[in-house]
Write a protein that binds this ligand. Structure first.
Ligand SMILES: [Zn+2]
Ligand SMILES: [Zn+2]
Ligand SMILES: [Zn+2]
Length: 367
């Protein structure tokens, strides 16, 4: 964690909802140039953008918040589909292309919110982001002072380090959980309400008690709507769960877990492995993500045990009412100019440039 950073810890969050922005493997479904039954399926649940998620809530001060898990190459379309108008922070799981190549898109949120975005990732992921997004992180080296994201990077300590601690953001608690993605150690993210009163209401006592399963009516597609969103863990791109991580995954209401396909894979759980892990973790609900085109939604779902289903793009857990977030969007819209402010001529720096012209442009202004 960067020195001087002390995120607000507060009580009394409300309207918590968790959005499955994408549930597909790295190539997405349909795959480019594939005419298989799943890639040509008419079932909308067989169309899967790259795996990523968002959590929306209203913080104890009444402010709407939105935190992303990863920034997929499909982030632009995912934000449009879900009418996202803000992004307060991004938590990264690891540095693979299908999880980071949408980071450029968040500059629009900077412009709309007129605020920076916090990012949290392990050191090696921050280093990779710095390499890939040099134009964002070394902005002063850009030949023209172009419109790029404004990010404040924070290092997430490795979960096994004694310096590691949960990240509290506006009333919610985000805890990194070590997962193995082949030989690469990556992060899952567990999300709890930071509110002790809320936790008590849900029967969470911090001892990881298993939540009760619900009735048989939950076996169909309405399985999503009957429970609060938290506590929830997002465990994508996992092929093994280290011994110390199982306890961190106890007492979950929802678990999102990697399940790539039937055949074994060196860096992802197969369907059988994912079912076994889901049963051991024992969340009230498990949703499989990072799904490949070998698994058709309806046919696969029919084979899964009670409380375990394939996730799908557009799945929303928790509060179905998005009114607070629409109101926030309207408030943000009222502060926006209808057209970008005119750029001063001086901001166009001729090639070759020695340095970007300083101070010619307001922060977060689009071009
Ligand atoms: Zn992936
Ligand atoms: Zn296919
Ligand atoms: Zn990966």
């Amino acid at each position: 964690m960067a020195p001087g950073y002390s995120p607000p810890v507060a009580r009394g969050v409300s309207h918590v909802r968790f959005l499955f922005l994408g549930t597909g493997t790295s190539g997405g479904i349909p795959l480019v140039a594939c005419d298989c039954a799943v890639c040509t399926s008419a079932d909308p649940r067989d169309m899967r953008l790259r795996t990523g998620a968002a959590v929306q809530w209203v913080d104890p001060q009444g402010q709407a918040r939105c935190v992303l898990i990863d920034a997929t190459p499909d982030l632009r379309m995912q934000a449009l589909r879900h009418n996202l108008w803000r992004c307060d922070a991004i938590l990264f799981t690891h540095n693979h292309v299908d999880h980071i190549f949408g980071l450029d898109e968040v500059r629009r949120f900077n412009a709309v919110m007129r605020a920076p975005i916090l990012i949290f990732a392990e050191r090696y992921v921050l280093d990779a982001l710095h390499r890939v997004y040099k134009h964002v992180f070394d902005r002063e080296a850009n030949i023209n002072d172009s419109f790029v994201a404004t990010l404040i990077a924070h290092e997430a300590e490795p979960p096994e380090s004694h310096a590691a601690r949960p990240i509290d953001l506006w009333g919610l608690r985000f805890t990194p959980v070590r997962l193995l993605h082949g030989r690469l150690p990556i992060l899952g993210w567990r999300i709890d309400s930071g509110s002790t009163t809320e936790a008590r209401r849900h029967g969470e006592d911090g001892k990881g008690s298993r939540l009760p399963s619900t009735d048989a009516s939950s076996l169909d597609g309405s399985m999503a709507g009957c429970l609060d969103a938290l506590p929830l863990a997002w465990c994508t791109d996992v092929s093994a769960i280290p011994p110390e991580s199982w306890a961190r995954l106890s007492g979950l209401r929802h678990l999102a877990l990697d399940a790539l396909r039937h055949r074994k894979h060196p860096t992802h759980f197969s369907l059988d492995q994912a079912v076994a892990a889901a049963e051991r973790i024992g969340a009230a609900r498990t949703w499989f993500i990072h799904v490949a085109h070998e698994l058709g939604h309806a046919a696969t779902d029919a084979t899964l045990p009670e409380g375990v289903r394939l996730g799908y793009d557009g799945l929303v857990l928790g509060d179905p009412d998005d009114a607070p977030f629409r109101a926030d969007a309207a408030r943000l819209a009222s502060g926006l100019p209808h057209h970008p402010a005119p750029r001063p001529e001086a901001s166009v720096t001729p090639w070759p440039a020695t340095a970007p012209a300083p101070g010619v442009r307001g922060a977060f202004e689009e071009q």
